[in-house]
Design a protein around this ligand. Structure first.
Ligand code: ME8
Length: 650
């Protein structure tokens, strides 16, 4: 991203079609989508590119192994990527395929231009090639004289006629570019690695192959039909051919790119080869090349052979797309490696999204509904809450800078600090107490403060969680638009009078008990137990409910007739409880740390008897025991003297 830029151009890598999309692909694409959405909201003209990388020896081999033509195979896998991004509502402006005719024409034009400039010459290549990384290596670079230093797979010896690009010629110019553009490569630590690599000396780069034919042919003017282009030259050029380079050039107004988002493993190609090609073509250089870290799963590298590759669709289906997007963007500092675990994802959902964000909306709707018939006016916010407004302004003042520097996690951290201000203000000012004291104006000012904070947060989070934020905005009566962005974020104005509407709970709590399951993403979705609604603000703030509401819960005395430990569970005991129905109920209770199975048999407890049955660890639970927990531990709530099983508690 770049500050105050008229045109913004954001790209993801184009993904190889030899594999299905995994969490690493989803990560880059979600970051790019977030930045593109944000940029559009600010009013910048934005172009967002993604696509697939379809040529090269690796794809040719994968197709052959499956008995397919390379084109058929590429069509199928490229289609899958596109469908996934469409399912994920990724707002790309173009999905490029390197097998597109216009792309091939553009790459040939680039080759011809570099050749005519004297930057390409013909020679013989002799060295090692890693098909998996589509990269050339010298013998010195190999591990144990044979293995690829990047992926560890065996390399092949390549000895063939090849065209070379004079990469060495651009060494000094590259260093000058790095030195003059502080943020051209992000994060800075990665930039230093690149600068040191280039300072160590660059060799000319082999940019054509003759031993297979699945690639873009060299321009006809060269009359070299045996050669196809090196897949990385072909692939990198996608960033300009997608804008029409070599064809109609109709979108070249977006060049140079604002941000090329890439994984750290492919930074070298983007930060060395790509700018050198662009220099040779006399095209301007990208503003930022931003390299993110590597995702592992439960602390381990993901690999097909281990069967632990995280499928982003499964995660999004199980936990919700917006929650997944939030998790990916928040969990790890950009540039660092991150670990995917269900526990971390569930913590984010329950804590950040459920408690801090979702609950705040419930509180607004509860308070405004109970006290003001859902009508909110900002007229006295400044009178009573200038302090909170100032605190919010200070946090939001420079928040966009984080996006320009790709520190999306810090951007989100500061938004959450703003939510903390709102949640704290409710506790500090106790609007329910103000109402009791007849200080309606003050209570309204507080409700309006929270509504205004939520409106600002919604504008800033729209790019992160578009679906949920649309619901929040509707509930607040706020439009997510460039106009609102300027009014509320840039000009710091307060909301006009608005009417709140109730929405369903946005981030239902995911049960903690799930964490004890095998850490498999793929699981029976019924096991994701969703807790009942959080208490509404009316209950929370003054603890009053009607008697009817209380009697919606059926409480009975139950006698525990059997108790067993649940294997592999730290918390669960499996109980058979007699609640006077002739047949025992199975109840899974999270009390194993406090009671042994033996001591429970024959004792009584209070049972919530009309809970919807739920599955925990694949087992049915048909009720819940009442318990109280403090710093001394947990105790079941029991009748003072034994009662007949099934006796109603009232
Ligand atoms: O490299 N965590 O394509 P690709 C995070 N076609 N990111 C990961 C990851 C992980 N575990 N595994 C892979 C290519 N990635 C080329 C790009 S662009 C002109 C050509 C990232 O499908 C990886 O770092 O192998 C890269 O950014 C992206 O997935 C695409 O990888």
């Amino acid at each position: 991203m770049q500050q105050n830029c008229k045109n913004v151009y954001i790209t993801t890598p184009i993904y190889y079609v030899n594999d299905v999309a995994h969490i690493g692909h989803a990560y880059t694409t979600i970051i790019a989508d977030m930045l593109a959405r944000y940029s559009r909201l600010t009013g910048s003209k934005t172009f967002f590119l993604t696509g697939t990388d379809e040529h090269g020896q690796k794809i040719a081999q994968s197709a052959e192994q499956r008995g397919r033509t390379a084109q058929e195979y590429a069509d199928e896998v490229s289609g899958k990527f596109r469908t996934l991004w469409d399912d994920f509502d990724i707002t790309y402006d173009k999905f490029i395929r390197t097998t597109d005719e216009e792309h091939k024409i553009g790459v040939q034009k680039a080759f011809e231009t570099m050749y005519n400039k004297g930057d390409i010459y013909k020679g013989d290549y002799e060295g090692y090639y890693c098909v998996s990384c589509e990269t050339f290596f010298t013998e010195k670079q190999l591990i144990d004289e044979q293995f690829c230093p990047d992926c560890g797979k065996p390399t092949n010896i390549v000895k063939e006629e090849s065209f070379f690009f004079k990469l060495s010629k651009y060494e000094d110019k590259l260093i000058e570019w790095y030195e003059q553009n502080e943020d051209c490569i992000l994060p800075r630590a990665k930039k230093n690695e690149i600068v040191n690599f280039v300072k160590g000396g660059l060799r000319d780069l082999s940019i054509s192959r003759t031993s297979f034919d699945w690639g873009v042919k060299l321009p006809e003017s060269l009359n070299e039909p045996k050669h196809v282009m090196y897949v990385w030259l072909d692939a990198l050029m996608n960033y300009v051919t997608a804008l029409g380079y070599g064809n109609d050039e109709k979108n070249m107004e977006f060049w140079p790119a604002t941000s090329h988002l890439v994984g750290k493993d492919i930074l070298r190609f983007h930060a060395i080869y790509w700018p050198a090609f662009l220099m040779s073509l006399d095209l301007p250089l990208p503003k930022h090349i931003a390299a993110h870290g590597w995702w592992t799963r439960d602390g381990e590298k993901m690999s097909k052979s281990k069967g632990n590759v995280v499928n982003p669709k499964e995660v999004a289906d199980a936990y919700g797309l917006d929650a997944f997007r939030y998790f990916m963007l928040r969990e790890v500092p950009f540039g660092q490696d991150g670990d995917f675990s269900q526990k971390a994802l569930m913590d984010r959902i329950n804590s950040d999204l459920g408690n801090d964000l979702g609950n705040l909306l419930n509180r607004i709707s509860g308070m405004s509904g109970k006290y003001f018939d859902f009508k909110v006016t900002s007229k006295d916010v400044k009178k009573y809450h200038q302090k909170e407004l100032d605190e919010v302004e200070t946090l939001l003042e420079n928040i966009e800078d984080y996006l320009y520097k790709m520190q999306i996690n810090r951007y989100l951290e500061d938004i959450w600090k703003v939510l903390t201000i709102a949640n704290k203000a409710i506790g500090d000012y106790e609007p329910w107490a103000k109402m009791k004291e007849g200080k309606e104006e003050e209570a309204m000012a507080l409700v309006a403060l929270i509504t205004n904070i939520m409106a600002r947060v919604s504008l800033l989070l729209d790019s992160v969680m578009p679906e949920k934020i649309a619901k929040i905005a509707t509930s607040l009566g706020v439009e997510i638009s460039t106009e609102s962005y300027h009014k509320l974020i840039k000009d710091k104005e307060l909301l006009d009078d608005t009417t709140i509407t109730k929405v369903e709970q946005l981030f239902p709590r995911i049960e903690e008990i799930l964490l004890e399951q095998a850490p498999e993403v793929k699981k029976d979705k019924n096991e994701v137990e969703v807790k009942k609604e959080e208490p509404s603000v009316e209950q929370e703030d003054d603890n009053l409910i009607t008697i009817d509401k209380f009697f919606e819960t059926t409480l009975k005395i139950g006698t525990i007739v059997e108790a067993q430990e649940v294997p592999k569970s730290k918390k669960l005991l499996k109980l058979q409880v007699d609640v006077g129905e002739g047949k025992n109920r199975q109840v899974l209770a999270g009390i194993k740390e406090f009671y042994s199975a033996e001591e429970l048999v024959g004792t009584q407890a209070c049972v919530v008897a009309n809970l919807k049955p739920a599955k925990l660890m694949g087992m049915l639970s048909e009720g819940m025991l009442l318990a109280a927990r403090d710093e001394n531990g947990l105790n079941l709530i029991r009748p003072e003297k034994p009662k007949v099983a099934g006796t109603k508690i009232s």
